[in-house]
Design a protein around this ligand. Sequence first.
Ligand SMILES: C[S@@+](CC[C@H](N)C(=O)[O-])C[C@H]1O[C@@H](n2cnc3c(N)ncnc32)[C@H](O)[C@@H]1O
Length: 179
Amino acid sequence: MESDTQKWLRQYSEKVLKQVGITKNRNVLDFGCGSGYYTIPASQIVGNKGKVYALDKDRKYLSEVAKSAQSRKLKNIQTISTLGELKIPLEDESVNVVLLYDVIHSYYFSSTTRKELLREIYRVSKHNALISVYPRHMELQDAQDIIENANFTFESKLFKTLLHDSSLVQDYLLNFRKK
Ligand SMILES: C[S@@+](CC[C@H](N)C(=O)[O-])C[C@H]1O[C@@H](n2cnc3c(N)ncnc32)[C@H](O)[C@@H]1O
């Protein structure tokens, strides 16, 4: 029988990312994509003329993403394997959407390295790009302040059922724009 998690992935994950604001033909960077809970639905939304860059420092996760993409015949996902360095191997102003889901908290980033990462996110984002943040393990207001201090404009707060560490949770997402 299908688990709640599988059902969320099959039935709701695309809906959630559409409500976040991802649309057809966009270029998306999923920074710290993990096993691809959000990479796969993003890829399905943006379609053949869009692209999803799935970046992670963990090769095991990236091979899971590649496997999931292959089994679903998704050809618009490009995995980017890094060593955790903060320089993102993408051109200036090359993406319309950046997902920072459960990744910018203090387990992975000090305040200094987080600032450096956000400067890189700013560099690779196009004008008016959507920066969507799942501030898991952070105070919402702290997360909002941090992203606003990196020159992004707060747009909206959404309360959604999300997949986190193999479990469904009800939690907030924060959306910002590069102005
Ligand atoms: C908790 S997981 C979240 C995965 C996914 N975004 C999600 O919400 O399901 C965080 C991921 O970020 C990756 N990560 C952390 N710091 C990173 C860095 N500096 N560069 C690339 N990936 C990083 C980790 O390897 C891990 O896969």
